[in-house]
Design a protein around this ligand. Structure first.
Ligand code: NAP
Length: 477
């Protein structure tokens, strides 16, 4: 049995208590025992990070490059094995799990490269005989808090830039799927990272997470998770003037216009709505369809949906794995009930029996819905999507933007005019044309607008905005 321990000051430490890490495809399969950290473990982790931070801040780009590049190479070399661990603990299918691990490896490689490109500006002063230098310095100790739904990629896209730009890290993964985080800590340890530069405390958000938010020695928190938690974290950080970056939920629209290629529209919608069991912040949960194609689209999507194979994440041929746990399954069923009460027609959504005892649910489609229904305002985070019928592109755009969220957005059309107009007018951080709303590159910014995000962007060179602080120096002579 693997013990997913905490990693503090360069040593592996047991937790105050242990919890089982359960495979959602087969609840009799215990992936490992999780060492649950507490307040004392967090204090030790912050102290270790604080002690190590100055040394790491002054490490050379080459030292940082070598460690991040080595971790990236190991992740890529072990893609199949780590992908299987990810799928076993989180429930996305094996190809999806391997894909996510590959992305994590590329993220480490990308930020290894960024260590060699950290630069500043030299300007002439407006005063004679003075030069001005603008440089970037690390924040110090940063706190990273991540959710369960991308247990390898999201930690990677926070840990790699944090270290690349010279920060020491205290990392709290979700205890729902901590095996991947533990594997990352193990690789960082063996790659030769000095003790204390990276620390991991697995523990409850309500105790360890809260303590991080309020800790005076943590200079900034980068968080990915739900809106409710994000708002709480922002309030705590702002009160003590700590830097904060939040990536949160979505209610992402996918517009399908009359002139769309039907196969493209159905494939993009099914992929965006149901793949990864709909447990993606970028999932297409509102399918906004113009009336000329509406009925054909719904018929074709329903056919596509019925053919999707829902089963054990590691079984060959599975297209949709289980829901993460009983709590999320009950939440999905609750919203099926809300959809019926609100007058939507509900197709699919049955609980499925498979060979193993897991949280299997058929994808669900809600039709005849309006944008003001609860099912179209609140993030469900399951394999469900609503169809909203609209008259034309103008109404589709207005409905797409009529939401408190603004993470991803998509349009299926063969019209360059509408595609370009949507690209400019979608109130979202990411726009997809004839592509699913989910599925992004690792080297470009990721993030949203409105209620979905707060603070600077993650990923790509834009990550430097969060993980560094600018200094302006005036030098006479
Ligand atoms: P969550 O419940 O907000 O938890 C996220 C993380 O925050 C977990 O590590 C959690 O610990 C911790 N946490 C909980 N309460 C806390 C508190 N009071 N203070 C500090 N930390 C606290 O979210 P989730 O259910 O794991 O993830 C699903 C959500 O993440 C969805 O809303 C999804 O849209 C969003 N998400 C967004 C993005 C994006 O980039 N925009 C990407 C992926 C997911 P515990 O595990 O102990 O609760």
């Amino acid at each position: 049995m693997t013990h997913f321990k905490n990693y503090i000051g360069g040593t592996w430490q047991s937790g105050a208590e242990e919890l089982p890490n359960i495979n959602p495809s087969d609840t009799s399969d215990v992936v490992g025992q999780i060492a649950m950290g507490d307040g004392a473990a967090l204090e030790a982790a912050v102290a270790a990070a604080k002690a190590a931070a100055p040394g790491w801040a002054h490490s050379t780009p080459q030292q940082r490059f070598d460690i991040l590049d080595a971790v990236g190479s190991e992740i890529l070399a072990r893609k199949a094995e780590l992908g299987a661990l990810l799928s076993r603990e989180e429930g996305k299918t094996l190809p999806e799990g391997i894909g996510e691990v590959g992305r994590a490896g590329q993220l480490f490689k990308f930020f290894a490269g960024e260590t060699l490109r950290i630069s500043g500006d030299v300007l002439a002063s407006v005063r004679p005989g003075i030069s001005v230098e603008v440089t970037r310095e690390p924040l110090g100790v940063v706190g990273l808090i991540t959710p369960w739904n991308f247990p390898m990629a999201i930690p990677a896209w926070k840990i790699a830039p944090a270290l690349a730009y010279g920060n020491a890290v205290v990392f709290k993964p979700s205890e729902v799927a901590p095996g991947c985080a533990w594997a990352l800590a193990d690789m960082l340890d063996r790659a030769g990272l000095p003790a204390g530069v990276f620390n991991m405390v697995i523990g409850k958000g309500s105790s360890v997470g809260e303590a991080m938010v309020h800790h005076p020695d943590i200079a900034g928190i980068s968080f990915t998770g739900s809106i409710a938690t994000g708002k709480r974290i922002a309030a705590g950080c702002v009160a003590r003037q700590a830097r904060v970056q939040l990536e949160m939920g979505g209610k992402n629209p996918m517009i399908v216009l009359d002139d769309a290629d039907l196969t493209t529209a159905v494939n993009c919608s099914a992929n965006g709505a149901f793949f990864s069991t709909g447990q993606r912040c970028t999932a297409s949960s509102r399918l906004i369809v113009t009336e000329g194609i509406h009925d054909r689209f719904v018929r074709a999507l329903e056919e596509n949906m019925k053919a999707l194979k829902v089963d054990h994440a590691l079984k060959e041929g599975t297209q949709i794995g289980p829901v993460i746990d009983e709590r999320q399954l009950q939440k999905n069923l609750f919203y099926l009930g809300v959809a019926r009460e609100e007058g939507a027609v509900v197709r699919g959504g049955e609980i499925l029996k498979r060979d193993s005892d897991g949280y299997f649910m058929a994808p669900a489609l809600f039709t005849e819905t309006r944008n003001d229904m609860r099912i179209n305002r609140e993030e469900i985070f399951g394999p469900t999507a609503s169809v909203i019928r609209v008259k034309n592109y103008e109404e589709a755009l207005a409905v797409a933007n009529d939401t408190e969220f603004g993470l991803s957005s998509g349009i299926c059309t063969t019209s360059l005019k509408y595609a370009r107009h949507f690209q400019r007018h979608a109130q979202a951080g990411m726009v997809m044309v004839n592509l699913p709303t989910a599925g992004v590159d690792y080297h470009v910014p990721f993030g949203g607008r409105k209620g979905s995000s707060y603070g600077t962007r993650e990923q790509g060179k834009y990550a430097a905005e969060f993980y560094t602080i600018v200094k302006t120096a005036y030098v006479a002579g």
